[in-house]
Write a new protein. Structure first.
Length: 124
């Protein structure tokens, strides 16, 4: 399955297409970091996902690994690890299966407030 991943940092955006499960992580090398770089958003196949989940940062020239990363403040390697649980948990928040005779997957799109259950269905 192809995963189109966009990681939006406060300074730039990194795009990557993974052929999951053969490819299961995105690595971004940071060099010459002079000021804090925030991880603002991660988007997988047009779905915004939790930007802390399955992320880590290995500080350059060190064995120290930080998990659940919200920002980069030193040189090193930022990683996003993709696994089945990661995909299923984010899909479950947005995708719903029909109970009709011919099943299909659809996405709820709220038309106003998420606190009001008026929605339209976007067939995907």
């Amino acid at each position: 399955m192809q995963l189109d991943i966009k990681i939006k940092f406060s300074t730039h955006t990194v795009s990557s297409i993974l052929d999951y499960p053969e490819e299961d992580n995105v690595e971004i090398h940071f060099k010459n970091v002079k000021e804090k770089i925030n991880i603002e958003q991660i988007v997988v196949n047009d779905l915004v996902v939790n930007h802390y989940h399955n992320t880590s940062f290995t500080i350059g020239n060190s064995d120290t690994v930080l998990n659940s990363i919200g920002s980069v403040e030193k040189d090193g390697i930022y990683r996003l690890k993709i696994d089945d649980l990661y995909i299923r948990s984010h899909r479950a928040n947005h995708w719903h299966c029909s109970k009709q005779k011919q099943d299909f997957i659809f996405n709820y799109e709220f038309t106003r407030s998420s606190f009001i259950d008026a929605y339209q269905i976007a067939i995907t």
